[in-house]
Ligand binder design. Structure first.
Ligand code: URA
Length: 276
């Protein structure tokens, strides 16, 4: 292998480690040999008008005090206002590496809200949650109990894709959580389906939040949301991405779906919620 090849592989590895794991253009561009932009010496001095906002480099965003997102979220009185507030929020650094905000999908007044972890690459490209391989499995899971993504509401704990699909950090989750909680308060679902450990840990209170998803799954747990009169019943289950990797867990996930179907059929009766 030539030195040039080794250099290319190293450059590719660096990009991959930094989360650049998909191509944006059809054909590769070798920017190492791109001609530098040349400013003719005789060019007249630029007018001193401020550069257009889009051209200005964005300052790296620092995590704001958690109160900022909480205040912003609390000031939103409908879902469109919440979406706009999140789109303009600069307090989460994930926004700088993601293509776009992935807000939510489904009915604004759904009975069931399904909560995932964070967008992946397909979701980041399209701007909707759960449209990649895990989303296709989720669609089949919901379909098996007579639901679909238009009648449910689907959102994530974190609305921007973490680079390289890594798990969001505790600090990223803490920053974004007020937006998800506000969305739940505005949708006012009758129950929640929590997909995977991140969603369960983000929304459940202690001592439930300190348990693994294997222990929590399959039992309705309480989630308290500001603005709702009573704790919402929430059913933790395995994340569909985990089920794609561990098909043996599908039998347990199926039992959880049956519990969900039974809940949907008897929704007018009080749900038995279990705290640890
Ligand atoms: N996984 C998630 O948790 N959310 C998505 O939107 C897609 C995959």
């Amino acid at each position: 292998m030539s030195d040039a090849d080794t250099g290319l592989i190293e450059a590719l590895r660096l990009q991959w480690e930094w989360g650049a794991d998909e191509a944006l253009l059809e054909s590769p561009q070798d920017r190492r040999h791109a001609a530098p932009a040349v400013v003719p010496p005789s060019a007249p001095p630029k007018p001193s008008a401020p550069p257009a906002a889009a051209a200005r480099p964005r300052a790296p965003s620092l995590p704001p005090p958690p109160g900022d997102a909480a205040k912003l979220a609390a000031s939103c009185h409908d879902l469109e206002a919440l979406r706009a507030a999140m789109a303009g929020f600069t307090g989460c650094a994930l926004r700088d590496t993601a293509t776009q905000l992935v807000f939510a999908d489904g009915a604004p007044d759904a009975r069931l809200m399904v909560i995932g972890e964070a967008p992946g690459s397909e979701e980041d490209r399209i701007g909707k949650p759960f449209v990649g391989p895990a989303g296709q499995l989720l669609d089949r899971m919901l379909g098996s109990i007579g639901l679909d993504r238009r009648t449910a509401r689907i959102a994530n704990v974190v609305p921007w894709r973490p680079p390289g699909n890594r798990t969001p950090t505790d600090s990223e989750i803490a920053i974004c959580l007020p937006f998800l909680r506000r969305q739940i308060a505005l949708v006012r679902p009758r129950g929640l389906l929590l997909l995977g450990a991140v969603a369960a840990k983000a929304l459940l209170a202690s001592p439930e939040r300190d348990q693994g998803i294997g222990r929590l799954r399959g039992t309705w747990r309480p989630v308290t949301i500001d603005g709702l009169d009573a704790p919402l019943p929430a059913l933790p289950t395995f994340h569909p991405a985990y089920l794609l990797r561990m098909p043996a867990a599908k039998a347990q996930a199926w039992r959880d779906l049956l519990a969900l179907r039974q809940w949907l059929e008897t929704e007018d009766q009080p749900t038995k919620i279990t705290s640890l």
